[in-house]
Ligand binder design. Sequence first.
Ligand code: HEC
Length: 131
Amino acid sequence: MKKCVAIGVMMGVALLMGTEAEASPKKRWDSGSNTCRVFDFDSGWWGTGAQIWRSNCKSCHTRDNDQGAPFLYMESKSPTAWNRVFYERYPQCAKDGQWDSLTMEEILKLNDYLYRFGANTYDPNDAADCG
Ligand code: HEC
């Protein structure tokens, strides 16, 4: 019985830690191209990925759009979930050719940006993100 409680407590702690914010990631593994992508200024707020997000994807994925697209922003998905979007290309819009005007390099940069700013990536109490 004692053991069960201990395991329960440990699981609770693990769950808590899982929902806590983590410092912004500095790199990501890209399974599609088998490369390690190290983030620089171009994966920031005003970089190439951010511009593509705003000019391409956000032409549909705004709040209350008339394209039938769900509202999406960077924190709609966790970094790993964003990786899956790009690795599997599962969204219907990707299958319908809405991403076709983008080059491979542009898609990698868009993936970098969304991964970098995905859900729970900002932690003001971490040295990597504070001040
Ligand atoms: C022409 C409009 C249009 C453009 C441009 C577009 N999308 Fe979509 N997207 C849609 C629609 C409509 C759906 C919903 C399709 C469905 O499932 O019925 C969708 C679905 C998605 C989904 C799945 C929704 C979810 O909650 O998981 C993701 C992720 C997504 N799009 C990402 C993107 C990204 C990234 C881009 C830019 C490269 C993009 N979309 C560009 C129209 C668009």
